[in-house]
Design a protein around this ligand. Structure first.
Ligand SMILES: Cc1cc2nc3c(=O)[nH]c(=O)nc-3n(C[C@H](O)[C@H](O)[C@H](O)COP(=O)(O)O)c2cc1C
Length: 351
């Protein structure tokens, strides 16, 4: 049944399939999620994660299915990217599957309904678990930095944590905010805004996998200087590995996600772990599609992991299977809790 449903979904145009998936999730009967094995529990960021597997940003841009995703067995989910105003994003088609590579290219461009709509959804369906809010800027904003501050203020009472997304390749100029001077200023303003709020959710910075190591040095230093809580590594890549060369859609403009992103994003994660020396919480994302790949991220330095593209190809049964496999891997390596594996093999990923 599930395999048939998967095949049917993959036969549809990607954005249609996504809309249908969101509708199906909304119809899921309410049920309490099964209790996770205690060995998968992670306490970090002042939050108790029942397991380390999160839905990455971009799947639930408007906070329509956050509770359904938690019921499916995710340990946490991240809504957004949300922008202050609704905006349509880029013209379609703008999402492309590369099934032979287990990959997707998207150039959505922060399509979304804006802060008010996402807030209304969160109020109508208050989070029953850990729900992060990924904030971004409108394409036509006169002051993009201010869009992030507006986002922090708007969602402060609702967010388990914030992700500052300055790494989407699909809003021209956005990644310039990763530059040292720009980022120094943005992070100072974000922390000032946060300090003035009654609730102060943790703030994480989501970076691109395409940064040079010199740029990563500067970013980690700024994250520490401004006392950020953590980093999310990484967003989609604008690189196109040669292995994709002959595949249909490989040359579409946009960010590449999925299996080809596993190695470069895990390398960047390990390089961040090396620099952060456990002073930042790290969320590893990019190419996770199994218990083994999630475990590899954790051993490379991740406290938590996220995935999106793996779910597109394998469907919702993937999460339960991943949790089973993670427990087997912990037993194999003699760990009594997943947190013991964090960073144990980061050196294997360094240049
Ligand atoms: C269709 C699509 C839309 C995405 N939208 C966002 C987004 O709005 N904000 C964001 O920070 N990341 C977004 N991402 C990036 C993912 O959160 C994640 O960082 C990336 O896809 C790598 O993980 P994966 O290989 O498991 O998909 C998107 C990814 C995809 C495939």
């Amino acid at each position: 049944m599930m395999r048939l449903a998967r095949a049917a979904m993959l036969a549809l145009e990607p954005e249609q399939a996504h809309r249908l998936t969101l509708q199906a999730l909304k119809l899921l009967p309410w049920q309490k999620p099964a209790q996770d094995d205690a060995r998968l529990a992670v306490t970090t960021l002042g939050l108790a994660f029942p397991n380390p597997l999160g839905m990455a940003a971009g799947f639930d841009k408007n906070a329509e299915v956050h509770n359904a995703l938690l019921r499916l067995g995710f340990g946490f989910t991240e809504i957004g990217t949300v922008t202050p105003l609704a905006q349509p994003g880029n013209p379609r088609p703008r999402v492309f599957r590369l099934p032979a590579a287990g990959a997707v290219i998207n150039r959505l461009g922060f399509n979304g309904q804006g802060h008010d709509a996402a807030l209304a959804q969160l109020r109508a369906s208050p989070p029953r678990g850990i729900v992060g809010v990924n904030i971004g800027a409108n394409k036509l904003s006169a002051d993009r930095r201010n869009d992030y501050l507006i986002g922090i203020a708007a969602f402060a009472a609702m967010a388990s944590y914030f992700t500052v997304n300055i790494s989407s390749p699909n809003t021209p100029g956005l990644r310039d905010l990763q530059g040292e001077a720009e980022l120094d200023d943005l992070l100072a303003r974000i922390q000032d805004t946060r300090a003035a709020l009654p609730s102060r959710p943790p703030v994480l910075l989501k970076i691109a996998p395409d940064l040079t190591l010199a740029a990563l040095d500067a970013i980690v230093n700024l994250a520490l200087k401004h006392r950020l809580d953590g980093m999310i590594i990484a967003n989609t890549t604008i690189q196109r590995p040669t292995s994709l060369q002959h595949l249909r859609h490989a040359n579409e403009t946009g960010g590449l996600s999925g299996r080809p992103l596993m190695a470069p994003s895990t390398r960047m994660l390990a390089e961040t772990f090396l620099r952060a020396e456990r002073r930042l919480v790290l969320i590893g994302v990019g190419g996770v599609d199994s218990g083994a790949t999630a475990y590899a991220k954790i051993c490379a330095g991740a406290d938590l992991v996220q995935l999106y593209t793996g779910m597109i190809y394998q469907g919702p049964m993937l999460i339960a299977a991943m949790k089973r496999d993670l427990i087997k891997l912990l037993a194999r390596d003699g760990y009594s809790n997943i947190t013991q594996a964090t960073g144990t093999k980061f050196k294997a990923w360094l240049e």
